[in-house]
Ligand binder design. Structure first.
Ligand SMILES: *Cc1c(COP(=O)(O)O)cnc(C)c1O
Ligand code: SF4
Length: 361
């Protein structure tokens, strides 16, 4: 009985989110121009604005509106932007798996999220169709069982916490049978976009697994951290689950030293260690969110000395074509001229890649 009651809660909250541009127009949250282009925009990437953030959007909180409310700017595609900006496909041994680093793999069981972030780096896949079929999941699990060098499975997105408790418990249980696995990481946006999903049943699955769970929450501004989001993170912390955060640096959302400082301090006060700050990937139709990498680096430099060391995440670039993630630091990233950067791949020795970012306007 109890289980039913709480899954009902989050399903109900999920259903309260807005799922079309038309619906957002009736709430007076999008422009006429965006409504006019609705079919084109939603053909590329679906709409889902979480109920948990609608109040803030109605209250004109621009940092929240920009993240979740679709805009016709998404139809302006830059030449450098691509469908699969970080080259997942190049390292995908079977559907729903990406094995880029020897010791850890990504498993993507679903394409659904509780919110659709307009800058999503997997927007060519996320929101389209449901995700892995039972037989594809079986094949992915069987690949993981055979690769004994893998220590960690990272469930990622789509948002793995949109799966039912039953499905999650099944994945946890099958993975814990593989004795070479040690940790199970969950990359999720749930704590701020669907806080009711952090139910007792979910905590039980995480707490009782043989695999040590790490939960990495995607959070971009302290405005997302309303009372319910804070409660969800606190529940996870009190259940003894190690918590990290990742954020994406986004123009008009969090691109100031002050905004970042406030966010990182707020996270630390909730027991969440800021892990990565991502330079926006070159996904199609995301240019209006892009921040120059040189500006990103100077903001990070300004934080140094003004926050406790553990509040400062690493600024990361995920290289196009599947060459891996690198810190945007001198050893890995050098600016050659304006908007041109030379990166050293962390997985292919002596492989240097030059990226030309579209100039910001
Ligand atoms: C980002 C990513 C990981 C995780 O990298 P960490 O640096 O351990 O957080 C693992 N595999 C793939 C394919 C990734 O893109
Ligand atoms: S939660 Fe992650 S995967 Fe889902 S839309 Fe946002 S960025 Fe994309």
């Amino acid at each position: 009985m109890k289980q039913k009651a709480s899954s009902d809660n989050w399903a109900r909250e999920l259903a309260r989110g807005a799922v079309s541009i038309k619906q957002l127009r009736s709430l007076d949250l999008v422009s006429e121009e965006t409504l006019f282009k609705a079919a084109q925009i939603e053909n590329e990437f679906a709409t889902r604005v979480p109920a948990s953030q609608i109040e803030a959007i109605k209250g004109q909180e621009e940092s929240i509106r920009r993240q979740f409310v679709p805009s016709s700017e998404e139809l302006r595609i830059q030449q450098q932007e691509r469908d699969d900006p970080i080259g997942d496909q190049a390292h995908s041994p079977c559907e729903g798996l990406v094995h880029r680093y020897r010791d850890r793999v990504l498993l993507m069981p679903t394409h659904l999220c509780a919110s659709y972030c307009r800058y999503c780096f997997r927007r060519y896949k996320v929101s389209h169709g449901g995700g892995l079929s039972p037989s594809a999941l079986k094949e992915a699990l069987s690949y993981i069982r055979k690769r004994t060098e893998v220590r960690e499975v990272i469930l990622t997105g789509g948002d793995p916490l949109t799966l039912t408790d039953r499905k999650l418990a099944q994945i946890f249980s099958e993975l814990s049978e593989a004795s070479h696995l040690r940790t199970l990481r969950i990359h999720t946006r749930i704590p701020t976009v669907l806080p009711s999903r952090v139910s007792e049943e979910l905590l039980e699955i995480l707490r009782t697994s043989r695999l040590i769970p790490w939960v990495v929450s995607h959070i971009n501004t302290h405005h997302e951290l309303n009372t319910r989001a804070k409660e969800a993170l606190t529940k996870l912390r009190k259940a003894g689950i190690p918590l990290l955060s990742q954020s994406v640096l986004l123009r008009g959302v969090n691109d100031s030293t002050e905004a970042l400082k406030t966010l990182f301090l707020a996270l630390a006060e909730l027991g969440v260690k800021p892990y990565y700050l991502h330079q926006l990937d070159l996904a199609k139709g995301t240019h209006h969110f892009r921040v120059d990498l040189s500006r990103a680096r100077s903001m990070m430099a300004e934080l140094q000395g003004h926050l406790p060391g553990y509040c400062i995440p690493k600024l990361m670039v995920d290289l196009p074509g599947g060459l891996g993630k690198v810190p945007a630091e001198k050893e890995w990233a050098q600016q050659t001229k304006k908007d041109h950067w030379k990166f050293q791949s962390p997985i292919k020795k002596d492989c240097v890649q030059t990226v030309h970012y579209p100039p910001s306007n």
